[in-house]
Design a protein around this ligand. Structure first.
Ligand SMILES: CC(=O)SCCNC(=O)CCNC(=O)[C@H](O)C(C)(C)COP(=O)(O)OP(=O)(O)OC[C@H]1O[C@@H](n2cnc3c(N)ncnc32)[C@H](O)[C@@H]1OP(=O)(O)O
Ligand SMILES: O=C([O-])CC(=O)C(=O)O
Length: 456
């Protein structure tokens, strides 16, 4: 067994060896991408995604064709044909909206009262982890990033399934209901396990209540005293609704399609989608936004000084501040142009909550960063389309006002998006049918093999 010093020496030796063969600096000549007409990032020259599939689950629009010209519009999102804003409006004062949306996504229709009641009952029954799963899986080697713990837990559920590899629709639906049901438990218990083993927090494993909604159960399982207010549960429920689905092309759902097209099992497909969602350019952006604001607050003394905020955001874009990637997290979108409808809803929630909690100054800081970064990105990145804030910009601020720890920001996204992934997995199985297999052009050169003895 190596000690820490020996491991460091081992890693240094590996870098030296890789450096000798030029393995660390190898990069494909960027001009070759246009030479061979490669659709980088699976995009057309105008930035639009390459058309790779058809779906009836949702529609995402940021442009409209007017007289043959593509014109930016306020963002539109439809779940099974229903506008997200109409759903959110119609759901006001209801408790089980995420469940209703899940029914809609999986079955294609809005439920009547009885169907919704039955569905809620069923989901409640599926909200059950195998016996000893918490002890044997979740408590073992807890991960600092809860998304990794969730992947491991989801993959391990395969071992407890008596029929894991059957990909007929009834079996995949059963597995989907199970995963949708247990996802909040997996996330919250992984969080508690990490807090217990690494931060010496008391360990609380509270079981979900079959009668409660997903949002209510998340808060109940998370909080030390299991208490929450009706308002908190409604806001979280709305967050789950707007994160539940976003078409087939977003990275994690496309991952569902790619992986499902091989005929693999549901647990593997969902674990892969979790891996994708974790990334900071996708669902992980909500955590990055939180960290970015922490950094901005540390470097800008006066939050009302737009000039100072602009100067700091400019440093972020120039790669001179924060994480040096040049990205302003929570800004920009592959499809939306003038607005992301989910961000509009979240901003409204953030405003109301901040007023109730006396955090208007912080809300104003978010608004100013949104405004100046949109202006700066347009100026400095020569974007071909207007840039707006996306769903990840205000979500973390809303969650933190609900007392939800930052480690759970991206997991909450996953607890919601699992409904969309499962709907797309079933669509891929029933309508896709062909293994997804794009092409890569080889741009190396073919070489003559020399035996080891003959190499210098
Ligand atoms: C749930 C979600 O996944 S929502 C998205 C969450 N992600 C983020 O918030 C991370 C920050 N944003 C981004 O990285 C991007 O806007 C993405 C990944 C969301 C979309 O990327 P794209 O579709 O490539 O955006 P678009 O085509 O408009 O970008 C044009 C250029 O502007 C840059 N750009 C776009 N948004 C940003 C940003 N927020 N900060 C800095 N540069 C940006 C892109 O890197 C790209 O540069 P390139 O041509 O040199 O690659
Ligand atoms: O559509 C995308 O590329 C990303 C996104 O907003 C989502 O998955 O919710």
């Amino acid at each position: 067994m190596l000690n820490d010093d020996e491991r460091r020496i081992r890693d240094d030796r590996m870098m030296v060896l890789a450096g000798q063969s030029g393995g660390l600096s190898r990069q494909i000549d960027p001009s070759l991408y246009s030479t061979y007409g490669v659709k980088r990032g699976l995009r057309e020259a105008n930035g639009r995604g390459v058309l790779t599939g058809l779906t009836e689950i949702s529609d995402v629009n940021g442009h409209r064709d007017v007289d043959g010209k593509s014109v930016p519009i306020e963002g539109e999102l439809y779940y099974q044909g229903y506008k997200i804003t109409d759903l959110v409006e119609g759901f006001r004062n209801h408790r089980f909206n995420f469940e209703e949306v899940t029914y809609l996504l999986l079955f294609g229709e809005l439920p009547n009262r009885k169907q919704l009641r039955d569905f809620i009952d069923l989901l409640g029954q599926y909200r059950e982890l195998p016996s000893k799963f918490v002890r044997d899986v979740i408590m073992k080697a807890p991960s600092a990033n809860i998304m990794n713990g969730m992947q491991r837990s989801v993959l391990t559920l395969y071992s407890y399934d008596s029929d894991p590899d059957d990909i007929t629709i009834p079996n995949v639906l059963r597995q989907s209901m199970l995963l949708i049901g247990v996802m909040p438990m997996i996330a919250v218990y992984n969080y508690h396990a990490y807090q217990h083993y690494h931060n010496d927090r008391s360990l609380i494993i509270r079981y979900p209540d079959e009668e409660l909604s997903a949002a209510e159960n998340i808060l109940r399982m998370l909080r030390d005293d299991g208490q929450y207010t009706e308002l908190e549960a409604r806001v979280l429920d709305a967050c789950l609704v707007i994160h539940a689905e976003h078409g087939g092309g977003n990275n994690s759902t496309f991952t569902t399609h790619v992986v499902s097209s091989t005929g693999t099992d549901t647990y593997s497909a969902v674990a892969a989608s979790l891996a994708s969602l974790k990334g900071p350019k996708h669902g992980g952006a909500n955590l990055k936004v939180e960290n970015m604001f922490k950094d901005i607050k540390e470097h800008v003394n006066n939050w009302e000084d737009e000039g100072a905020i602009r100067a700091y955001v400019e440093q972020i874009i120039d790669g001179e501040a924060f994480d040096h990637t040049g990205l302003v997290y929570g800004m920009g979108h592959a499809i939306y142009t003038l607005s992301d409808p989910r961000a509009v809803i979240l901003k409204e929630k953030a405003k109301k909550l901040s007023e109730a909690k006396g955090l208007e100054e912080e809300f104003n800081l978010y608004q100013t960063v949104e405004k100046v970064s949109a202006e700066l990105l347009t100026e400095k990145r020569h974007l071909s389309k207007p840039v707006c804030c996306n769903v990840d910009f205000y979500s973390g601020f809303v969650y933190s006002m609900l007392g939800i720890p930052r480690q759970l920001f991206t997991p909450i996204f996953a607890m919601a998006r699992i409904s969309g992934w499962c709907a797309h997995r079933m669509e891929e199985i029933s309508s896709g049918g062909k293994i997804i297999r794009p092409a890569y052009k080889y741009v190396g050169h073919h070489r003559t093999y020399h035996k080891l003895e003959d190499r210098s």
